[in-house]
Design a protein around this ligand. Structure first.
Ligand code: PEP
Ligand code: MG
Length: 755
């Protein structure tokens, strides 16, 4: 093996000195390449930096012709340097010119060099550039030389990420490290947010890269990993594994990785090159993330996320950084960027300063998304890699309707969005102006608009939106954001406050809808193959009636002297409704017997979420006081499409005859039996869909607060008679499976309806 001159530790020490010198960015780079070349006994050392336009520019070289600096530019994927950037993997060749992707740049004079070692300059898994050493002789670089060069590249990564090099480049050709980025996510809660990045779990900045004593660093790593292993074992042994919000299988995966020999070996090899334990964890993790980004298998990606989490834990252990808590000093206009987040964490943030939320994971029906919508916080989910790409304090714009994220936006984008925000504010003012108007169509039909709610924070929206009442109060939200099972007194207190806030407006409480994807952090997780079809909602309530009984009691007591409306989720058979209703009757008897003040009136209803119920309506309707259609679940079961699975969620359009025929006959049955049928799924919150529901005969909808203005404005401009004629034709046409959305859009446009 060709011994490196002075070894990697000496090189790192020298680099540290150069980094501290008060010199220009170019001088610093020039010195760095000289040092690396000398240390690696290489005739060439060059640094290529990835630019915003996706090309790689030669920024400094020792050994190639100096005229080529800032002149040689490789296209994305071009040549060996492009290949290293593209794959984010080292490339080690004894004869570069024989490689099929070798691309000759005459201005560099590199034809005399044969061996080539290129490593990506990575930060948080993103490639910022490429570091290359070359020699005249044919030789393959040793494994430890590759390691050493990778470690050295971390210093360059910090330098590029600091923005120091940006001043050297003309506009449009700056280093890409801090370039404006557009990330396409999924809109989870409407609204546009302009602000500055706050990382939910701030990245731990490794300040000390270079170690003084490698042996000490090895022990530090061992101790940290040992502590983490013990911590994981503790958590796993703790019977109530779910309490900390960590699920057992995740912990099992952590444990597996914490004992993984390959993972440890790679960190130790990194330490052996002269860096600190924390820098070694970061090095290994950066490689892992780069690989993760190229990984398409969702299972593997998930595992890599676990590994990433584990690395964070080790880093925290090593640096003594505190576990992430919601930032005490939240800036004005904060946009929180998180990999994932539970609903309770969101509530920890100061609502008045929060302008938006970005999640790498999380779909429309995740709990945090439900809470974000309830709070009216613009939210984008499925934002790939957002938490690694964003730095705290970066300007960011998010659009919760389209799912678009602009990180470090250009001034054009900023102007366009500022205009959008102004436009929305104008629309908001228009909506406020129709707040007190009843939602009556042009031809005189009223559709009552109620709110979907679930938390105290929703209550002010009753006044703000002029809603007719609360059509769906999701009681499980109180349970989901709590750290332990809310006691009956707490439930009673919430229900009373809700009824007080509503005054004479009706409130429909839905009994606990947990199970499936709605997991309570403090309850044992039951493994089911198909949770959406499993032990959830009323099934759980009837099998374990204690919880349901106490909840019903709290509702009835809260409703003393007023009307109480209770509905049951996921009813699949008439008998289930009978059983649930019997619980209410039993509780009423109990209250009467104990001389409690009774509600003035009790109305009991069922949610229609299971298709089987559509074929029991003649039996069900005489028994209920009302029905409410949970279209989120009903549609997922009718199309057999998981509502949270993005791969299939958009496969079918709700606005197509099969669903609309079912919804129409449901509304008709309700009319025939003289029972109110409301629709409270997300469908009612989308103006075009809400228009169709009115056309199908729905006279009561329950929607999210933000949708109230657009839906009412649509209804005020609607000629319902004309829509009904069109719908009859479209729904009964023989092309049954096809979306009728476009035709409805044409109708909206021709009628001049705005929303
Ligand atoms: C629904 O399924 O449409 C519904 C309103 O219930 P949730 O979204 O809470 O499951
Ligand atoms: Mg549902």
């Amino acid at each position: 093996m060709r011994a490196a001159f002075g070894g990697p530790r000496l090189l790192l020490r020298r680099l540290r000195e150069v980094m501290a010198e008060q010199v220009s960015a170019q001088d610093r780079l020039d010195k760095i390449v000289v040092l690396i070349a000398a240390n690696m006994v290489a005739e060439v050392c060059s640094v290529y930096v990835l630019r915003v336009d996706g090309t790689l520019e030669l920024y400094a070289t020792q050994g190639l012709k100096r005229e080529a600096v800032h002149l040689t530019v490789m296209r994305a994927g071009e040549g060996l340097v492009g290949l290293v950037a593209q794959t984010a993997d080292p490339l080690n060749l004894s004869d570069a010119q024989e490689h099929p992707q070798f691309s000759y740049k005459p201005e560099t004079g590199e034809e005399i060099f044969h061996s080539f070692l290129g490593v990506p300059i990575l930060r948080g898994g993103n490639t910022l550039g490429v570091l290359v050493v070359q020699n005249r002789a044919h030789r393959k670089y040793e494994e430890d030389e590759v390691e050493a060069l990778q470690t050295t590249s971390m210093v360059l990564a910090e330098m590029i990420a600091s923005g120091e090099l940006s001043a050297l480049a003309p506009p449009g050709q700056e280093p890409a490290a801090r370039r404006p980025l557009r990330i396409a996510g999924e809109g989870l809660a409407e609204g546009v947010g302009l602000g500055y990045v706050v990382l939910h779990e701030p990245r731990i900045l490794v300040k000390q890269l270079i170690a003084d004593d490698p042996n000490k660093e090895m022990s530090r790593l061992d101790e940290a990993v040992e502590a983490i292993r013990a911590e994981i074992d503790d958590m796993l042994e703790n019977e109530d594994v779910a309490r900390g919000g960590e699920h057992k299988d995740i912990l099992e995966a952590y444990r597996m990785f914490a004992h993984d020999r390959g993972f440890m070996r790679r960190m130790k090899e990194a330490i052996a090159t002269g860096i600190t334990a924390e820098a070694a964890v970061e090095r290994v993790q950066s490689d892992n993330r780069a690989r993760m980004m190229r990984q398409t298998d969702p299972y593997m990606r998930e595992r890599m996320h676990d590994l990433d989490d584990l690395a964070m834990r080790i880093l925290r252990q090593l640096t003594g950084a505190k576990s992430p808590t919601a930032s005490e000093d939240l800036p004005e206009n904060a946009i929180v960027v998180a990999r994932h987040m539970g609903p309770a964490s969101l509530l920890d943030y100061d609502r008045t300063r929060l302008r938006g939320l970005v999640l790498e994971e999380g779909g429309a029906t995740s709990h945090v998304a439900i809470v974000a919508r309830a709070l009216g916080i613009p939210t984008v989910g499925q934002a790939e890699n957002a938490a690694s790409l964003a730095d705290p304090g970066d300007a960011i714009i998010i659009d919760g309707a389209t799912g678009e994220i602009h990180l470090r936006p250009t001034s054009d984008v900023e102007t366009a969005y500022a205009e959008k925000v102004r436009f929305r504010a104008r629309r908001q003012a228009q909506y406020a102006a129709i707040r007190d108007k009843p939602a009556v169509t042009k031809d005189g039909v009223e559709v009552r608009l109620h709110l979907n709610a679930g938390l105290m924070v929703d209550l002010p929206f009753l006044e703000e939106t002029g809603a007719s009442g609360i059509g769906l109060f999701r009681t499980e939200l109180q349970f989901m954001v709590a750290n332990s099972l809310p006691r009956i007194a707490e439930q009673l207190d919430l229900y009373r406050k809700v009824l007080d806030a509503a005054g004479d407006r009706p409130v429909t409480f839905r009994t606990l809808d947990i199970g499936g994807d709605k997991v309570l952090p403090y309850m044992e997780v039951i493994q089911e193959e198909n949770p959406a079809l499993g032990w959830r909602a009323i099934r759980l309530g009837l099998d374990r009636p204690g919880l349901l009984r106490s909840q019903v009691r709290a509702m009835l007591r809260a409703g003393a002297g007023r009307e109480v409306r209770i509905m049951f989720p996921m009813i699949a058979a008439v008998e289930e409704f009978d059983e649930a209703k019997a619980i209410v009757e039993r509780e009423l008897t109990h209250l009467r017997r104990h001389d409690h003040r009774m509600p003035e009136r009790v109305q009991i209803g069922a949610m229609v979420e299971v298709p089987a119920l559509l074929f029991q309506l003649d039996e069900l309707l005489p028994r209920v006081d009302f029905l409410s259609v949970g279209s989120n679940d009903l549609v997922q079961f009718m199309f057999a499409v998981d509502r949270g699975n993005n791969r299939v969620a958009n496969r079918f359009d709700v606005l197509s005859p099969p669903i609309l025929r079912a919804l129409r006959s449901l509304a008709q049955k309700g009319h025939e039996h003289g029972k109110l049928v409301t629709l409270c799924g997300e469908l009612a919150s989308r103006p075009l869909e809400a228009m169709v529901l009115a056309g199908l005969g729905y006279r009561s909808l329950s929607l999210s607060p933000a949708a109230m203005g657009p839906v009412k404005s649509m209804l005020l401009e609607l000629d319902l008679g004309r829509l009904e004629t069109l719908l009859t034709r479209l729904i009964d046409e023989p092309k049954a499976g096809v979306s009728i959305r476009e035709k409805l859009r044409d109708f909206v446009e021709a009628e001049g309806i705005t929303f």
